[in-house]
Design a protein around this ligand. Structure first.
Ligand SMILES: Nc1ncnc2c1ncn2[C@@H]1O[C@H](COP(=O)(O)OP(=O)(O)O)[C@@H](O)[C@H]1O
Ligand SMILES: [Mg+2]
Length: 680
């Protein structure tokens, strides 16, 4: 999970040339285009900590003013290209600009920021906002938590940088479950996630399926990767070729883990396997708003790749791309250039591919589609967590979160999702051995540049002054500032802030993906019957009420059968979820019951149509209702009010519209919009 960024080094005069060559390359800045040959090996400036202290000393030139070899995006280059007013710009501020800035002097509680503190401090300083490192007696506008929503329990207003339940949802088992449910409905759209089995509960299934495969083809040499449920940084991961090789703990029980099909033919560069870390901002759940950072990091293995064989299965430096593992390899290449070494920018990789004729626009748009689909798979359960922690009527903050997507490119360039990190490292220092055996934290200019960019842009997007109605009209935050400030101040305000490194992708591409949001509609029904008591599980009476209000029982499906269904499914899920806090039917169990009811009722149609038909039926039965004392009050939590879902998904008319909204390019954003290359 460790991540470090390296910026390509492109002098400004190269901008036009590289922009032309790269077209729609991601990247925060013109610098994200790969370096010109003459500048490729120029070193980054290095700043070392005071020997022996371990304390990082920051050079004043790290942030602004002085151009540096690798530090050419926002803070440095941004400052050169759009000098921050009042700091070396030499430009007098107009009263209007000052007034706007004063009006938006946002307060940020950084007392729980942990390892992201350094990057956060720099971002706040650049924005000229107010930091409260020890917390504040009165409320702050923004609370920055290092780990989870619950780092500070007493927040009743403002915005927190974590969603309740995100850590839980992104554990490997839960992510696999969420994607798998979507695969049941949309197998083609969700084929970017490797086939996975959940251990220990699916051990038998896994063993049987593999045996059958091997029996049918004895030359089959499939490999599997086993990942501990809550592991990170490659810890506890191993490869196997036979179910019998699964490592047991404490006797015969296999640890909670995901065992996954191993991608045997990854794309290689310099004969090495690599993966991609991308930062994604979920700005809001309802309405759903997603941004993707235009620059990412490619992390390379340190031993040439060979397809798995019994001999090389244990070679972690060949098969696992984690920085935290490969840093310990003698072959790890620390490079100050951004297109060589064991850590490179994703844009430098893309540029290299482009030079070999690869359609990198397609690669990038496939990645955007993967990110949107993954978030869509997570949203239903996140809504349940949200309502449990901040029930309607209870004062509470709103939430946003930066996620770290780990993506592998296959040899055929198809992106594959490996995992999503709820807490991607935002450290801007890295450990360095300054003398044999002596390690110190040393500032990493490239990490600082990219991560500060992501955090600063996230803060800007969360600026309370900008929390306007969602960007349905496609207005960017810069546009929003323009509207607020009035046309006279436009130029100066836009000039005062670097362009955003975060690219809005949802609701921008809403039309192409909304048809996938079926589970969200099922979750809306679930929430409606859950009530507002801060619970996450449906009791038997509420389940009965759901059946009755949706008019789903009849002579062949009596209320007694309903109770049996409830008990049966709930028991099974209670066994599967070892960490379940309360008894009852959770959303995943409810979805299973819903799918079962759909298959019973609409026997002749394919599974997806069955579920959509049942949804229509339930939604029309519930439409206009809502006064039933046992159902959820019609005045729901503003943040979760399904009536506010932009596409008004829960009306039958909208449902019919949805069904006709067939994915033009099967969830591919390639053809939809050729974006001009932006710089920041
Ligand atoms: N299905 C897979 N096929 C091939 N390689 C994989 C697969 N899953 C993971 N890896 C490799 O293992 C590394 C660690 O896996 P990941 O799921 O990211 O767990 P962690 O949380 O430990 O980083 C990845 O960075 C990648 O190099
Ligand atoms: Mg990882």
């Amino acid at each position: 999970m460790s991540d470090h960024y390296e910026k390509p080094n492109v002098p400004e005069q190269m901008e036009a040339r590289t922009a032309e060559a790269t077209g729609n390359l991601p990247g925060c800045s013109p610098a994200s285009a790969p370096p010109a040959p003459e500048t490729a090996e120029k070193p980054c400036s290095k700043v070392k900590s005071k020997p022996g202290t371990g304390i990082v000393k920051r050079s004043p030139d790290l942030l602004v003013n002085k151009p540096r070899a690798c530090a050419s995006s926002d803070p440095g280059k941004g400052a050169r290209r759009h000098a921050l007013p009042g700091k070396g710009s030499g430009k007098a501020e107009t009263a209007a600009v000052k007034a706007v800035r004063n009006a938006t002097s946002v307060t940020v509680d950084t007392s729980k920021a942990k390892t992201s503190l350094e990057a956060l401090k720099l971002s706040i300083r650049q924005l000229k906002w107010k930091e409260f490192p020890m917390g504040r007696r009165t409320a702050c506008d923004i609370y920055w938590h290092g780990v989870s929503f619950h780092d500070n329990e007493n927040i009743v207003s403002g915005q927190v940088n974590k969603f309740p339940g995100m850590v839980e949802m992104l554990r490997k088992i839960n992510l696999s479950r969420a994607v798998r449910t979507m695969q049941q409905l949309f197998p083609d759209e969700y084929n970017f996630y490797p086939r996975s089995w959940i251990l220990p509960e699916e051990f038998q299934l896994f063993s049987t399926q593999i045996r059958l495969l091997k029996d049918s083809d004895c030359t089959m040499k499939t490999t599997f990767i086993v990942k501990p449920d809550s592991g990170s940084q490659g810890d506890g991961i191993y490869l196997i070729r036979d179910p019998a090789d699964l490592r047991a703990i404490s006797g015969s029980q296999v640890k909670q883990a995901v065992v996954q099909e191993y991608i045997q033919k990854p794309l290689l560069i310099d004969k090495l396997k690599f993966d991609v870390r991308l930062y994604v901002l979920v700005r809001s759940l309802d309405p759903l708003e997603i941004y993707i950072a235009k620059e990412g990091l490619s992390r390379f293995c340190t031993e040439p790749y060979q397809e798995p064989s019994q001999k090389n299965l244990s070679h972690v430096f060949m098969h696992l791309t984690n920085y935290s593992l490969n840093i310990h390899s003698g072959n790890f290449v620390h490079s100050d250039s951004c297109n060589t070494g064991s850590k490179r920018t994703f844009s430098s990789v893309l540029y290299r591919l482009a030079s070999k004729g690869v359609d990198i626009k397609k690669v990038w748009s496939d990645i955007i589609a993967l990110v949107i689909k993954t978030v869509i798979a997570l949203v239903p359960e996140l809504k349940v967590y949200y309502q449990a922690d901040i029930p309607p009527g209870k004062p509470g903050p709103t939430c946003f979160q930066i996620l770290g997507f780990d993506i592998l490119l296959m040899k055929n360039l198809k992106p594959v999702l490996l995992e999503v990190n709820a807490n991607p490292s935002m450290r801007i220092e890295h450990e360095q051995e300054v003398s044999p055996g002596v390690f110190e934290y040393v500032p990493s200019p490239v990490d600082e540049e990219v991560k500060v960019g992501v955090i600063r842009d996230t803060l800007r997007l969360m600026d309370p002054a900008q929390r306007k109605p969602p960007t349905l009209l496609g207005r960017t935050p810069e546009d929003a500032i323009i509207v607020e400030a009035g046309s006279d101040e436009k130029a100066e305000l836009v000039g005062a802030l670097p362009s955003l490194c975060l690219k809005p992708v949802f609701p921008k591409y809403m039309k192409q993906f909304n048809y996938l949001r079926i589970l969200e509609r099922i979750a809306d029904i679930f929430l409606r019957f859950l009530g507002v008591k801060g619970t996450m599980k449906l009791g038997p009476t509420s389940f009965r009420t759901f059946i009755r209000n949706c008019k789903l029982s009849n002579s062949s499906f009596t209320m007694a059968s309903v109770d049996i269904l409830y008990i049966d499914i709930t028991r099974r899920w209670a066994g599967a979820l070892s960490d379940s806090r309360e008894s009852g039917m959770g959303l995943q169990a409810f979805v299973e019951a819903f799918f079962f009811l759909a298959s019973r009722r609409f026997k002749a149609t394919p599974p997806r149509e069955q579920v959509i038909s049942l949804l229509e039926l339930c939604e029309s039965a519930l439409e206009g209702e809502g006064h039933d004392e046992k159902t959820r009050p019609s005045k729901s939590h503003p943040a979760l009010n399904s009536a506010r879902v932009p596409c008004a998904l829960n009306s039958p008319a909208a449902t019919r519209r949805l069904q006709t909204l067939q994915p033009s390019g099967k969830g591919n954003v390639e053809a939809w919009e050729a974006e001009p290359r932006t710089s920041c």
